[in-house]
Design a protein around this ligand. Structure first.
Ligand code: CMP
Length: 147
């Protein structure tokens, strides 16, 4: 269903700090269904491809190095208006600017080590979900056959 899903990554810093459980709890409490999930370590090619849109940015090399530094959790989250709702839940990219109670405010170390990624548009959510998950790895509450 269009607009019903988003892709999140729980980043290496948050995984190392044992925040997987607390972050998933916040996600479930906010009414998201976890439709797909995997613990993995991004290789260099995967990280560079995933963040290709940032390749001219000054923080790109450092971001890639951080994102490949340890395991991450990737997951497809499902809810009505998932992209917008999840961005509200995680808060501003810079944890110092994120609202109290948001995931980044609670669990992030810095702008770069900001605990979680969330898709920024429905179009990118489609691309990012496809980047990590085949159709047979998804278990949708909305449409189990055509997710
Ligand atoms: P994310 O949602 O994963 O998407 C791109 C990432 O780049 C972002 O979260 C931040 O971790 C990182 N990022 C964005 N802007 C900056 C910045 N100015 N300095 C360092 N890292 C940044």
């Amino acid at each position: 269903m269009a607009g019903s899903k988003t892709l999140t990554i729980i980043k290496p810093g948050a995984v190392t700090n044992e925040y997987i459980g607390p972050i998933l709890a916040r996600i479930n409490e906010a009414g998201f269904h976890i439709a797909a999930m995997r613990l993995l370590r991004l290789n260099l090619t995967q990280a560079k491809n995933f963040y290709a849109v940032h390749k001219e940015k000054p923080f790109y090399e450092s971001l890639i190095s951080f994102m490949t530094s340890g395991p991450v959790v990737v997951a497809i989250l499902e809810k009505k208006d998932a992209v917008k709702e999840y961005r509200k839940l995680i808060g501003h990219t810079d944890p110092n600017k994120a609202q109290p109670g948001t995931i980044r405010r609670m669990f992030a170390e810095s702008m770069e080590r900001n605990a979680v990624h969330g898709s920024d548009s429905d179009a990118n959510a489609e691309i990012e979900c496809d980047f990590f998950f085949s159709k047979s790895e998804r278990f949708s509450n909305f449409d189990p056959v055509h997710f």
